[in-house]
Design a binder for this molecule. Structure first.
Ligand SMILES: [Zn+2]
Length: 159
């Protein structure tokens, strides 16, 4: 093992996971091992960068698929009723895509924060955001306490 320069051990897992540069990580199976609150090490930032990039690629390939399905779908529904339901399907799809576009933008901002060295730091109080929270919401900019406070405040203003 030691003489192979390629594998690297990700130390954020209780059980070390060996990661090859050219092989994808199965993220779901290792997330459950994470949990401790501590400043993010370079390996962890790399992990989040990888996760965010994966998500962006997934969303982009989904979007491409929808566009091509929509183009094919047009000719396959000569019946007006079918066409109407296709139209509403399409509106639904487009709304989803809009939300996904915003999500992709947020993910790119998160990657930018990794590059800037401020990822995982709460923008309100400057504390570390817990890893659990970052994994659940990798695009978050606030720790759970600040987010909860903000939501309470918004609710009060709304009432
Ligand atoms: Zn905070």
């Amino acid at each position: 093992m030691a003489d192979d320069p390629r594998p690297r051990v990700f130390s954020l897992y209780k059980h070390p996971v060996i990661v090859y540069e050219d092989s994808p990580i199965i993220i779901g199976s290792i997330i459950k091992d994470l949990g401790a609150v501590m400043p993010l090490k370079p390996e962890k930032l790399q992990f989040f960068r990888y996760m965010l990039n994966q998500k962006i690629n997934e969303l982009l390939s989904d979007a491409e698929k929808t566009v091509s399905e929509m183009t094919i779908g047009k000719e396959n529904y000569p019946d007006p009723n079918d066409r109407a339901s296709l139209e509403s399907d399409r509106n639904f799809e487009l709304r989803i895509r809009d939300r996904e576009r915003k999500l992709i933008a947020k993910m790119r901002e998160a990657i930018q924060r990794i590059d800037d060295g401020v990822y995982g730091i709460c923008t309100s109080c400057g504390c570390d955001i817990s890893e659990k929270r970052l994994i659940a919401r990798p695009v978050t900019t606030q720790c759970i306490d600040c987010k909860t406070k903000q939501e309470k405040l918004e609710k009060m203003k709304g009432e």
